[in-house]
Design a protein around this ligand. Structure first.
Ligand code: SF4
Ligand code: MG
Length: 336
């Protein structure tokens, strides 16, 4: 059925001198071939940590996976040997990071760095690897690739460097590509171009794509499904059109209201007041309750169920999910 990744009840803790932070507290999701899942949340919500756990680049202190499973094609990555894991990380599951400049090595040409993937993992000789590097640079639409293969990272713009990172990430034809805030450092026009490129490559190669972002506007056109994270949990999981049309969690609703929309120019954006909780002191009841304009007494006491099923493949971790969805939730606070 094309199931690539199956994450089940993932738990991650960070142990610091001040105490234990529950960075991920029971995250579950699936990713299929050819599917794009956006993981959305503010900084500190656990979206990058989730990606790092899947990628297997978390297994050193202070971050620890303390529970759950991450199955790739049926095999639990968390119980594999480090040697098996190395064969998955990179060739099968690959990642693009936010900061292309610090991910590229300044002292080697970009062509050399891309070609290195083919030399190391595919055993190609120097000139074949270089030729593959040129082709990949052309594929990610770097103008004059054949000449610029000999240029150094600092000779490229931020957008072009991100294209180079994408080229390296897809060099070995991974089944899953994870992009963590791939466009955050770029201007809006370039952001859209990079998103289009990722989408194109994903369709061409039938990859499963995970897009991690704090910006709902950036993923609207490319994602199939969205998982909204808050304080280490997924609080809403839905098809992108359903979530945009009618969010079923007050936090997603707040995020939607804070996106600038062309059809509402001049309207003030409604940012969500307050800050995400300190993960060492997650509020009792619903972790969103101090910021939620629909919070009632029960919300300060009882944690809502993890992703209550609302039909249409959507779930929401809110006591009043049906009311939020129907637009009939009772507002208990005006501004926070
Ligand atoms: Fe708001 Fe309560 Fe729903 Fe939490 S459970 S999101 S506090 S209404
Ligand atoms: Mg991050």
């Amino acid at each position: 059925d094309g199931l690539l990744l199956d994450v089940d009840d993932l738990q991650v803790e960070f142990r610091t001198r001040e105490g234990v932070a529950k960075a991920i507290n029971g995250v579950s999701f699936a990713l299929h071939e050819g599917e794009t899942l956006a993981i959305l949340g503010e900084s500190g919500s656990g979206k990058s940590v989730t990606a790092q756990a899947v990628m297997g680049i978390l297994d050193s202190p202070p971050g620890f996976v303390t529970g759950g499973q991450i199955r790739y094609c049926g095999e639990d990555l968390l119980t594999m040997s480090e040697e098996q894991r190395r064969q998955v990380r990179g060739p099968e599951i690959s990642m693009v990071f936010q900061d292309a400049l610090s991910s590229l090595n300044p002292v080697f040409t970009v062509g050399w760095q891309i070609a290195e993937m083919f030399r190391k993992h595919r055993g190609l000789n120097k000139s074949d690897a270089q030729e593959q590097a040129v082709r990949l640079m052309e594929r990610v639409q770097i103008p004059g690739a054949r000449q610029r293969v000999k240029a150094y990272p600092h000779q490229f713009s931020g957008g072009m460097r991100q294209r180079i990172m994408i080229a390296m990430a897809i060099a070995l034809d991974p089944a899953v590509l994870i992009a963590d805030e791939p466009t955050t450092a770029l201007d809006v026009t370039v952001q859209a171009q990079i998103m289009d490129l990722l989408k194109e490559l994903q369709e061409e190669r039938r990859m499963g794509l995970i897009l991690i972002t704090h910006d709902l506007g950036v993923v609207a056109d490319v994602a199939d499904r969205i998982a909204v994270m808050y304080a280490g949990r997924i609080v809403e999981h839905a098809d992108v059109f359903d979530l945009y049309g009618r969010p079923a969690h007050p936090y997603s609703k707040g995020l939607l209201e804070s996106i600038p929309r062309l059809d509402q120019k001049g309207h003030e954006l409604a940012a969500i007041g307050g800050l995400p909780p300190n993960l060492m002191r997650i509020p009792a009841g619903c972790s969103f309750n101090p910021r939620c304009r629909y919070a009632q007494d029960v919300c300060r006491v009882d944690p809502p169920p993890a992703l209550r099923d609302l039909g249409h493949h959507r779930g929401s971790a809110c006591h009043f999910a049906e009311d939020v969805l129907a637009g009939t939730a009772q507002q208990t606070r005006r501004e926070i």
